[in-house]
Write a protein that binds this ligand. Structure first.
Ligand code: FES
Length: 103
């Protein structure tokens, strides 16, 4: 898959996440300091959707055990989470958030 329009830009509020599922991809679309980011939406610890958590200090916090991931890089910020979440390329065109899903 190539670029996909997944959301209206206006629907993504500052420091909020919108969960979007398309095919096998589960993505959290976030706005941080005015910029839009797209990060894999499933925690590396157990099964939880990060878009059900909240955003603070540049990180998205898992709703289950409060593990945190840096939104810009996907890097885990300490126990109980580890590893790095996939971060998707994003562009905004004509009011839509486009995400490059890759293969
Ligand atoms: S499931 Fe996310 S921190 Fe445990």
């Amino acid at each position: 898959m190539a670029w996909q329009a997944l959301a209206d830009e206006a629907a993504i509020q500052e420091e909020e996440a919108l969960g979007v599922q398309i095919g096998s991809h589960d993505i959290a679309i976030c706005r941080l300091d005015g910029q839009i980011y797209a990060i894999h939406n499933i925690c590396t610890h157990q099964y939880a959707r990060l878009s059900d958590g909240y955003i603070e200090d540049g990180c998205i916090e898992c709703p289950l055990h409060q593990g945190r991931f840096e939104i810009k890089t996907g890097a885990a910020c300490g126990a109980p989470v580890s590893g790095t979440l996939r971060v998707y390329p994003v562009k905004v065109e004509e009011g839509k958030v486009w995400v490059e899903l890759g293969d």
